[in-house]
Write a protein that binds this ligand. Structure first.
Ligand code: MG
Length: 159
């Protein structure tokens, strides 16, 4: 297979501590929970990992380089804007998203009740059929308490 038609794979990972007084936004969906991820932006750890997987697959700079948490422009930023910016960069490189798979790693909140709503929202944001977007929650028996971590993998194909 010529390399210019070969698929490209990318891996993203992020983890934020949970604190009181912050909304718990995951994949653009606000989850009712007494704690929320701390961060410079809206701290949507799922969108951060997903965006990094897309940027990585495209061979682009990572999220922290493009949208530094030291930059006041991104204070309280909506992480959907990071994902949208990454999607624009992908289309400039004539790359399309084929599938993504995500693992949300936390003991609380439980992810399953929000799984479909998050997938639906990601389907809109990525302009991708929902059956190409997978998402599961994994608990850690206390090994990840006080934080939410997300792993994301994305597959791209040249347009
Ligand atoms: Mg982050």
């Amino acid at each position: 297979m010529p390399l210019n038609t070969a698929p490209r794979i990318g891996l993203g990972w992020d983890r934020h501590g949970l604190v009181s007084g912050r909304p718990c936004i995951l994949g653009g969906i606000e989850i009712p929970f007494e704690l929320g991820p701390i961060g410079h932006s809206d701290a949507d750890v799922l969108l951060h990992a997903l965006t990094d997987s897309l940027l990585g697959a495209a061979g682009l700079d990572d999220l922290g380089t493009l949208f530094s948490d030291q930059d006041p422009r991104w204070k309280d930023a909506n992480s959907k804007d990071f994902l949208t910016a990454a999607m624009t960069k992908l289309s400039e490189k004539k790359l399309q998203v084929v599938s993504v798979d995500l693992v949300v790693i936390c003991d609380q909140p439980k992810i399953r009740p929000y799984r479909e709503a998050i997938r639906q929202n990601l389907s809109k944001l990525l302009d991708l059929d929902q059956d190409r977007i997978n998402l599961k929650g994994k608990t850690t028996e206390g090994g990840c308490s006080g934080s939410i971590a997300v792993q994301a993998v994305a597959l791209l194909l040249p347009l």
